[in-house]
Write a protein that binds this ligand. Structure first.
Ligand SMILES: Nc1ncnc2c1ncn2[C@@H]1O[C@H](COP(=O)(O)OP(=O)(O)O)[C@@H](O)[C@H]1O
Ligand SMILES: N[C@@H](CC(=O)OP(=O)(O)O)C(=O)O
Length: 414
Protein backbone atom coordinates (compact mmCIF):
# COMPACT_ATOMS: atom_id res chain seq x y z
CA UNK A 1 0.00 0.00 0.00
CA UNK A 2 1.03 3.61 -0.52
CA UNK A 3 0.59 6.90 1.30
CA UNK A 4 0.26 10.21 -0.57
CA UNK A 5 0.45 13.58 1.14
CA UNK A 6 -0.79 16.78 -0.48
CA UNK A 7 0.13 20.09 1.19
CA UNK A 8 -1.54 23.49 1.13
CA UNK A 9 0.24 24.60 -2.06
CA UNK A 10 -1.21 21.71 -4.09
CA UNK A 11 -4.76 22.47 -2.86
CA UNK A 12 -4.75 26.24 -3.01
CA UNK A 13 -7.65 26.52 -5.52
CA UNK A 14 -10.22 24.46 -7.47
CA UNK A 15 -7.71 23.59 -10.23
CA UNK A 16 -5.41 22.33 -7.51
CA UNK A 17 -8.14 20.01 -6.18
CA UNK A 18 -8.81 18.74 -9.73
CA UNK A 19 -5.09 18.10 -10.25
CA UNK A 20 -4.82 16.25 -6.92
CA UNK A 21 -7.85 14.12 -7.88
CA UNK A 22 -6.26 13.27 -11.22
CA UNK A 23 -2.97 12.23 -9.52
CA UNK A 24 -5.01 10.02 -7.17
CA UNK A 25 -6.99 8.52 -10.07
CA UNK A 26 -3.77 7.60 -11.86
CA UNK A 27 -2.03 6.09 -8.87
CA UNK A 28 -2.39 2.47 -10.00
CA UNK A 29 -3.79 -0.65 -8.38
CA UNK A 30 -2.17 -0.28 -4.91
CA UNK A 31 -4.14 0.43 -1.76
CA UNK A 32 -3.88 4.15 -1.04
CA UNK A 33 -4.23 6.43 1.97
CA UNK A 34 -4.25 10.15 1.20
CA UNK A 35 -3.27 12.78 3.78
CA UNK A 36 -4.23 16.38 3.03
CA UNK A 37 -3.32 19.71 4.61
CA UNK A 38 -5.45 22.83 4.81
CA UNK A 39 -5.94 24.69 1.51
CA UNK A 40 -3.40 27.39 0.62
CA UNK A 41 -2.71 29.64 3.60
CA UNK A 42 -5.81 28.61 5.58
CA UNK A 43 -3.84 27.62 8.69
CA UNK A 44 -2.29 31.11 8.90
CA UNK A 45 -5.75 32.65 8.50
CA UNK A 46 -7.21 30.44 11.26
CA UNK A 47 -4.27 31.28 13.55
CA UNK A 48 -5.07 34.96 13.05
CA UNK A 49 -8.81 34.46 13.63
CA UNK A 50 -8.07 32.62 16.88
CA UNK A 51 -5.64 35.33 18.05
CA UNK A 52 -8.19 38.09 17.35
CA UNK A 53 -10.96 36.25 19.18
CA UNK A 54 -8.66 35.37 22.09
CA UNK A 55 -7.87 39.08 22.44
CA UNK A 56 -11.61 39.69 22.89
CA UNK A 57 -12.02 41.30 19.44
CA UNK A 58 -14.41 40.53 16.61
CA UNK A 59 -12.99 38.26 13.89
CA UNK A 60 -16.13 38.15 11.71
CA UNK A 61 -14.55 39.93 8.74
CA UNK A 62 -11.58 37.49 8.71
CA UNK A 63 -14.02 34.56 9.04
CA UNK A 64 -16.03 35.87 6.06
CA UNK A 65 -12.86 36.16 3.93
CA UNK A 66 -11.95 32.56 4.72
CA UNK A 67 -15.52 31.41 4.08
CA UNK A 68 -15.57 33.18 0.68
CA UNK A 69 -12.23 31.61 -0.25
CA UNK A 70 -13.67 28.12 0.33
CA UNK A 71 -16.99 29.01 -1.35
CA UNK A 72 -15.11 30.04 -4.50
CA UNK A 73 -13.39 26.64 -4.56
CA UNK A 74 -16.68 24.80 -3.95
CA UNK A 75 -18.47 26.72 -6.73
CA UNK A 76 -15.82 25.64 -9.25
CA UNK A 77 -16.11 22.00 -8.19
CA UNK A 78 -19.75 21.26 -7.36
CA UNK A 79 -23.20 22.20 -8.66
CA UNK A 80 -25.43 24.32 -6.39
CA UNK A 81 -27.05 22.33 -3.61
CA UNK A 82 -24.34 19.64 -3.55
CA UNK A 83 -23.76 18.04 -0.13
CA UNK A 84 -20.21 19.47 -0.01
CA UNK A 85 -21.61 22.98 0.66
CA UNK A 86 -23.50 21.81 3.73
CA UNK A 87 -20.48 19.87 5.00
CA UNK A 88 -18.25 22.97 4.75
CA UNK A 89 -20.94 25.17 6.36
CA UNK A 90 -21.00 22.76 9.31
CA UNK A 91 -17.23 23.28 9.74
CA UNK A 92 -17.70 27.06 9.81
CA UNK A 93 -20.47 26.68 12.41
CA UNK A 94 -18.03 24.60 14.44
CA UNK A 95 -15.41 27.35 14.05
CA UNK A 96 -17.77 29.94 15.55
CA UNK A 97 -18.71 27.59 18.40
CA UNK A 98 -15.05 26.93 19.24
CA UNK A 99 -14.19 30.64 19.16
CA UNK A 100 -16.93 31.31 21.70
CA UNK A 101 -15.54 28.69 24.10
CA UNK A 102 -13.57 29.77 27.12
CA UNK A 103 -10.50 27.71 27.83
CA UNK A 104 -6.75 27.59 27.76
CA UNK A 105 -5.27 29.53 24.77
CA UNK A 106 -3.34 26.61 23.22
CA UNK A 107 -6.22 24.18 23.68
CA UNK A 108 -8.73 26.42 21.89
CA UNK A 109 -6.06 27.17 19.24
CA UNK A 110 -5.98 23.46 18.34
CA UNK A 111 -9.78 23.14 18.16
CA UNK A 112 -9.87 26.16 15.81
CA UNK A 113 -6.77 25.76 13.65
CA UNK A 114 -7.37 22.04 12.96
CA UNK A 115 -10.59 22.94 11.10
CA UNK A 116 -8.56 23.93 8.02
CA UNK A 117 -7.57 20.29 7.47
CA UNK A 118 -11.13 19.08 8.17
CA UNK A 119 -12.57 21.43 5.53
CA UNK A 120 -9.92 20.51 2.98
CA UNK A 121 -10.37 16.76 3.48
CA UNK A 122 -14.17 17.10 3.22
CA UNK A 123 -13.83 18.92 -0.12
CA UNK A 124 -11.30 16.45 -1.55
CA UNK A 125 -13.39 13.47 -0.42
CA UNK A 126 -16.59 14.85 -1.99
CA UNK A 127 -14.76 15.69 -5.21
CA UNK A 128 -13.27 12.19 -5.49
CA UNK A 129 -16.73 10.66 -5.01
CA UNK A 130 -17.99 13.01 -7.72
CA UNK A 131 -15.24 11.59 -9.98
CA UNK A 132 -16.42 8.04 -9.16
CA UNK A 133 -13.37 7.29 -7.00
CA UNK A 134 -14.29 5.07 -4.03
CA UNK A 135 -13.18 7.56 -1.40
CA UNK A 136 -13.67 7.06 2.33
CA UNK A 137 -13.34 10.09 4.65
CA UNK A 138 -11.48 9.36 7.89
CA UNK A 139 -11.18 11.53 11.01
CA UNK A 140 -7.40 11.39 11.66
CA UNK A 141 -8.16 12.03 15.34
CA UNK A 142 -9.87 8.64 15.54
CA UNK A 143 -6.46 7.08 14.85
CA UNK A 144 -3.67 9.44 15.91
CA UNK A 145 -3.72 9.65 19.71
CA UNK A 146 -1.54 12.21 21.47
CA UNK A 147 -1.01 13.58 24.96
CA UNK A 148 -2.52 16.96 25.83
CA UNK A 149 0.53 19.06 24.82
CA UNK A 150 -1.65 21.30 22.68
CA UNK A 151 0.03 22.70 19.52
CA UNK A 152 2.82 20.09 19.84
CA UNK A 153 0.93 16.86 20.59
CA UNK A 154 3.22 13.93 21.43
CA UNK A 155 2.06 10.76 19.69
CA UNK A 156 1.12 7.68 21.72
CA UNK A 157 2.60 5.22 19.23
CA UNK A 158 1.10 2.04 20.73
CA UNK A 159 -2.49 3.29 20.67
CA UNK A 160 -2.01 5.04 17.33
CA UNK A 161 -0.48 2.03 15.58
CA UNK A 162 -3.24 -0.27 16.86
CA UNK A 163 -5.93 2.15 15.60
CA UNK A 164 -4.32 2.62 12.19
CA UNK A 165 -3.89 -1.12 11.65
CA UNK A 166 -7.68 -1.49 11.89
CA UNK A 167 -7.91 0.47 8.61
CA UNK A 168 -6.67 -2.46 6.52
CA UNK A 169 -10.11 -3.81 5.64
CA UNK A 170 -11.33 -0.35 4.56
CA UNK A 171 -8.22 0.02 2.39
CA UNK A 172 -9.12 -3.18 0.56
CA UNK A 173 -12.22 -1.46 -0.84
CA UNK A 174 -11.60 2.28 -0.62
CA UNK A 175 -9.06 5.03 -0.93
CA UNK A 176 -8.91 6.67 2.49
CA UNK A 177 -8.80 10.48 2.62
CA UNK A 178 -7.74 11.93 5.95
CA UNK A 179 -6.17 15.01 7.52
CA UNK A 180 -2.56 15.78 8.25
CA UNK A 181 -1.44 17.84 11.26
CA UNK A 182 -4.12 16.67 13.70
CA UNK A 183 -4.67 14.09 16.41
CA UNK A 184 -6.83 13.67 19.51
CA UNK A 185 -6.27 13.18 23.21
CA UNK A 186 -7.81 10.15 24.89
CA UNK A 187 -10.44 12.63 26.23
CA UNK A 188 -11.47 13.40 22.64
CA UNK A 189 -10.01 16.91 22.33
CA UNK A 190 -8.28 17.74 19.05
CA UNK A 191 -4.55 18.38 19.17
CA UNK A 192 -2.15 19.54 16.47
CA UNK A 193 1.29 18.07 15.86
CA UNK A 194 3.18 21.35 15.29
CA UNK A 195 3.08 23.71 12.30
CA UNK A 196 3.76 22.04 8.97
CA UNK A 197 3.13 18.69 10.70
CA UNK A 198 1.16 16.99 7.89
CA UNK A 199 4.28 15.32 6.46
CA UNK A 200 4.72 13.74 9.91
CA UNK A 201 1.09 12.50 9.85
CA UNK A 202 1.78 10.78 6.52
CA UNK A 203 4.83 9.10 8.09
CA UNK A 204 2.75 7.96 11.10
CA UNK A 205 0.13 6.28 8.87
CA UNK A 206 2.82 4.76 6.62
CA UNK A 207 4.89 3.37 9.45
CA UNK A 208 1.84 1.86 11.19
CA UNK A 209 0.65 0.22 7.96
CA UNK A 210 4.16 -0.78 6.82
CA UNK A 211 3.50 1.04 3.55
CA UNK A 212 5.64 0.41 0.47
CA UNK A 213 6.32 4.14 0.16
CA UNK A 214 5.18 7.64 1.08
CA UNK A 215 4.97 10.31 -1.61
CA UNK A 216 4.79 13.95 -0.59
CA UNK A 217 3.64 16.13 -3.48
CA UNK A 218 5.28 19.56 -3.56
CA UNK A 219 5.59 22.61 -5.81
CA UNK A 220 9.29 21.83 -6.39
CA UNK A 221 10.80 19.08 -8.58
CA UNK A 222 12.18 17.28 -5.51
CA UNK A 223 14.57 17.89 -2.63
CA UNK A 224 17.19 20.38 -3.78
CA UNK A 225 20.55 21.41 -2.37
CA UNK A 226 18.96 24.73 -1.31
CA UNK A 227 15.54 26.36 -1.29
CA UNK A 228 15.14 27.41 -4.95
CA UNK A 229 13.28 30.52 -3.77
CA UNK A 230 16.60 31.61 -2.18
CA UNK A 231 19.04 30.10 -4.67
CA UNK A 232 17.43 29.66 -8.09
CA UNK A 233 20.46 27.65 -9.31
CA UNK A 234 19.79 24.91 -6.74
CA UNK A 235 19.93 21.37 -8.11
CA UNK A 236 17.55 18.44 -7.50
CA UNK A 237 18.76 15.23 -5.84
CA UNK A 238 17.74 11.96 -7.53
CA UNK A 239 18.21 10.18 -4.22
CA UNK A 240 19.31 11.00 -0.69
CA UNK A 241 20.18 8.83 2.31
CA UNK A 242 17.72 9.08 5.23
CA UNK A 243 20.54 10.43 7.40
CA UNK A 244 21.33 13.32 5.04
CA UNK A 245 17.64 14.24 4.67
CA UNK A 246 17.12 14.11 8.45
CA UNK A 247 20.05 16.46 9.02
CA UNK A 248 18.78 18.89 6.36
CA UNK A 249 15.43 19.11 8.10
CA UNK A 250 17.15 19.55 11.48
CA UNK A 251 18.97 22.60 10.14
CA UNK A 252 15.65 23.98 8.88
CA UNK A 253 15.11 22.85 5.25
CA UNK A 254 11.35 23.43 5.24
CA UNK A 255 10.63 21.07 2.32
CA UNK A 256 10.08 18.18 4.80
CA UNK A 257 8.92 18.39 8.41
CA UNK A 258 11.80 17.32 10.73
CA UNK A 259 9.80 14.55 12.45
CA UNK A 260 8.97 12.79 9.17
CA UNK A 261 12.17 10.86 8.51
CA UNK A 262 12.57 8.86 11.74
CA UNK A 263 9.41 6.68 11.58
CA UNK A 264 10.09 5.92 7.92
CA UNK A 265 13.81 5.22 8.32
CA UNK A 266 13.08 2.92 11.27
CA UNK A 267 10.81 0.80 9.08
CA UNK A 268 12.86 1.19 5.87
CA UNK A 269 9.97 2.91 4.03
CA UNK A 270 11.17 5.12 1.14
CA UNK A 271 10.01 8.74 1.05
CA UNK A 272 9.45 10.15 -2.43
CA UNK A 273 9.27 13.91 -2.94
CA UNK A 274 7.51 14.65 -6.21
CA UNK A 275 6.19 17.62 -8.12
CA UNK A 276 2.40 17.91 -8.26
CA UNK A 277 2.62 20.24 -11.28
CA UNK A 278 4.51 17.64 -13.32
CA UNK A 279 4.07 14.14 -11.86
CA UNK A 280 6.13 12.68 -14.71
CA UNK A 281 9.31 14.17 -13.20
CA UNK A 282 11.27 11.55 -11.24
CA UNK A 283 11.50 13.60 -8.00
CA UNK A 284 13.77 12.58 -5.12
CA UNK A 285 13.86 9.19 -3.43
CA UNK A 286 14.95 9.33 0.22
CA UNK A 287 15.95 5.87 1.38
CA UNK A 288 18.78 3.76 2.76
CA UNK A 289 21.50 4.40 0.18
CA UNK A 290 24.99 5.77 -0.23
CA UNK A 291 25.50 8.86 -2.37
CA UNK A 292 29.08 9.91 -3.08
CA UNK A 293 30.19 13.49 -3.59
CA UNK A 294 27.08 15.28 -2.41
CA UNK A 295 27.27 18.98 -3.31
CA UNK A 296 27.18 21.61 -0.54
CA UNK A 297 23.73 21.72 1.03
CA UNK A 298 22.62 25.20 2.02
CA UNK A 299 19.81 25.86 4.50
CA UNK A 300 18.47 29.29 5.46
CA UNK A 301 16.54 29.52 8.73
CA UNK A 302 14.84 32.87 9.33
CA UNK A 303 13.29 34.38 12.44
CA UNK A 304 16.27 33.55 14.66
CA UNK A 305 17.09 35.16 17.99
CA UNK A 306 20.62 35.38 19.41
CA UNK A 307 20.80 35.45 23.21
CA UNK A 308 24.04 36.20 25.07
CA UNK A 309 24.29 35.52 28.80
CA UNK A 310 27.13 37.42 30.44
CA UNK A 311 28.56 36.42 33.81
CA UNK A 312 28.96 39.58 35.84
CA UNK A 313 31.14 38.45 38.79
CA UNK A 314 34.39 37.53 36.94
CA UNK A 315 33.96 33.80 37.73
CA UNK A 316 33.97 32.81 34.01
CA UNK A 317 31.32 30.59 32.42
CA UNK A 318 31.15 27.40 34.52
CA UNK A 319 29.17 24.16 34.30
CA UNK A 320 26.84 25.59 36.95
CA UNK A 321 26.03 28.52 34.65
CA UNK A 322 25.49 26.19 31.71
CA UNK A 323 23.16 24.03 33.74
CA UNK A 324 21.08 27.10 34.70
CA UNK A 325 20.79 28.05 31.03
CA UNK A 326 19.89 24.53 29.84
CA UNK A 327 17.40 23.97 32.67
CA UNK A 328 15.63 27.17 31.66
CA UNK A 329 15.60 26.08 28.00
CA UNK A 330 14.35 22.61 28.81
CA UNK A 331 11.61 23.88 31.15
CA UNK A 332 10.23 25.91 28.22
CA UNK A 333 10.73 23.12 25.67
CA UNK A 334 13.02 25.36 23.58
CA UNK A 335 15.68 24.01 21.21
CA UNK A 336 19.06 25.62 20.60
CA UNK A 337 20.12 25.85 16.93
CA UNK A 338 23.74 26.88 17.52
CA UNK A 339 25.79 27.83 20.60
CA UNK A 340 29.20 29.28 21.48
CA UNK A 341 30.98 30.31 24.65
CA UNK A 342 33.79 32.65 25.66
CA UNK A 343 35.37 33.30 29.06
CA UNK A 344 32.55 35.41 30.44
CA UNK A 345 29.66 34.91 28.10
CA UNK A 346 27.58 32.10 26.57
CA UNK A 347 25.68 32.82 23.35
CA UNK A 348 23.10 30.71 21.58
CA UNK A 349 20.58 31.08 18.81
CA UNK A 350 17.04 29.70 18.71
CA UNK A 351 13.77 30.16 16.80
CA UNK A 352 12.08 33.37 17.97
CA UNK A 353 8.80 32.11 19.41
CA UNK A 354 8.07 35.41 21.07
CA UNK A 355 6.18 34.47 24.25
CA UNK A 356 8.44 31.56 25.10
CA UNK A 357 11.68 33.41 24.32
CA UNK A 358 10.65 36.41 26.41
CA UNK A 359 9.87 34.07 29.33
CA UNK A 360 13.29 32.48 28.84
CA UNK A 361 15.04 35.85 28.90
CA UNK A 362 13.16 36.72 32.07
CA UNK A 363 14.38 33.51 33.74
CA UNK A 364 17.97 34.01 32.57
CA UNK A 365 18.05 37.56 33.91
CA UNK A 366 17.91 36.07 37.43
CA UNK A 367 21.48 34.83 36.89
CA UNK A 368 23.06 36.80 34.03
CA UNK A 369 23.27 40.07 32.21
CA UNK A 370 21.27 39.16 29.08
CA UNK A 371 21.53 40.69 25.59
CA UNK A 372 19.46 39.61 22.61
CA UNK A 373 18.90 40.32 18.90
CA UNK A 374 15.94 39.19 16.82
CA UNK A 375 15.15 39.04 13.07
CA UNK A 376 18.31 37.06 12.25
CA UNK A 377 18.95 34.32 9.69
CA UNK A 378 20.98 31.19 10.39
CA UNK A 379 22.75 29.91 7.27
CA UNK A 380 23.98 26.32 7.46
CA UNK A 381 26.25 24.91 4.77
CA UNK A 382 26.61 21.16 5.07
CA UNK A 383 29.38 19.41 3.09
CA UNK A 384 30.91 22.83 2.38
CA UNK A 385 33.63 23.25 -0.22
CA UNK A 386 36.20 26.04 -0.47
CA UNK A 387 33.95 28.25 -2.56
CA UNK A 388 30.86 28.07 -0.33
CA UNK A 389 33.00 28.30 2.84
CA UNK A 390 34.49 31.60 1.70
CA UNK A 391 31.23 32.93 0.28
CA UNK A 392 29.14 32.50 3.43
CA UNK A 393 31.87 33.49 5.89
CA UNK A 394 32.23 36.77 4.03
CA UNK A 395 28.50 37.45 4.33
CA UNK A 396 27.82 40.95 5.63
CA UNK A 397 26.70 41.43 9.25
CA UNK A 398 27.86 38.10 10.66
CA UNK A 399 27.00 37.95 14.37
CA UNK A 400 28.23 34.43 15.05
CA UNK A 401 30.19 31.88 13.06
CA UNK A 402 31.06 28.25 13.67
CA UNK A 403 32.49 25.45 11.57
CA UNK A 404 33.20 21.76 12.00
CA UNK A 405 34.95 19.52 9.45
CA UNK A 406 31.82 19.29 7.32
CA UNK A 407 29.40 22.00 8.44
CA UNK A 408 29.61 25.79 8.49
CA UNK A 409 27.04 27.89 10.32
CA UNK A 410 26.81 31.67 10.19
CA UNK A 411 24.21 33.77 11.93
CA UNK A 412 23.59 36.99 10.03
CA UNK A 413 21.45 40.09 10.20
CA UNK A 414 19.78 40.03 6.74
N1 LIG B 1 16.08 22.05 0.03
C1 LIG B 1 14.89 22.33 -0.50
N2 LIG B 1 14.46 21.70 -1.61
C2 LIG B 1 13.26 21.97 -2.15
N3 LIG B 1 12.39 22.90 -1.65
C3 LIG B 1 12.76 23.56 -0.54
C4 LIG B 1 14.02 23.30 0.09
N4 LIG B 1 14.11 24.09 1.19
C5 LIG B 1 12.98 24.79 1.26
N5 LIG B 1 12.16 24.49 0.23
C6 LIG B 1 10.82 25.08 0.03
O1 LIG B 1 9.83 24.14 0.40
C7 LIG B 1 8.64 24.51 -0.32
C8 LIG B 1 7.67 23.34 -0.30
O2 LIG B 1 7.27 23.07 1.02
P1 LIG B 1 5.91 23.64 1.62
O3 LIG B 1 5.69 25.05 1.19
O4 LIG B 1 5.91 23.32 3.08
O5 LIG B 1 4.85 22.74 0.86
P2 LIG B 1 3.41 22.31 1.30
O6 LIG B 1 2.91 23.29 2.33
O7 LIG B 1 2.62 22.35 0.06
O8 LIG B 1 3.57 20.92 1.84
C9 LIG B 1 9.16 24.87 -1.68
O9 LIG B 1 8.30 25.74 -2.37
C10 LIG B 1 10.52 25.48 -1.41
O10 LIG B 1 10.49 26.89 -1.49
N1 LIG C 1 -1.73 23.20 7.58
C1 LIG C 1 -0.71 23.00 8.59
C2 LIG C 1 -0.04 21.66 8.44
C3 LIG C 1 0.83 21.44 7.24
O1 LIG C 1 1.71 20.62 7.24
O2 LIG C 1 0.61 22.18 6.15
P1 LIG C 1 1.50 22.06 4.76
O3 LIG C 1 1.51 20.61 4.38
O4 LIG C 1 0.75 22.92 3.77
O5 LIG C 1 2.88 22.58 5.06
C4 LIG C 1 0.28 24.17 8.58
O6 LIG C 1 0.20 25.02 7.68
O7 LIG C 1 1.09 24.25 9.47
Amino acid sequence: MKVFKFGGASLKNADGVKNVASIIQQHGPDQLLVVVSAMGKTTNALEKIHAIAAAGQNASSQISTLYEYHQEILQHLFPAGHAAYKAVDTCFEELKTELAETGEFDMIYDQVVSLGEIISSVIVDHYLLEMNVASHWLDAGSCIITDDSYREGKVDWDKTTANIQKLRSTLNKNIIVTQGFIGKTTDGYTTTLGREGSDFSAAIFASSLLADSVTIWKDVPGVMNADPKRLPAAIVFDELPFQEAAEMTYYGASVIHPKTIKPLANKGIPLLVKNFEDPSLPGTKIHECKVDDLPPLIVFKDNQCLISCKVTDYTFVTEQHLSEIFNALSSLDLRVNVMQNSAISFSFCLDFRENKVLSLIHKLQEHFEVYYNTGLTLITVKNYDEKTFEKYRKHQNVLLEQSSRSTLQVLVRP
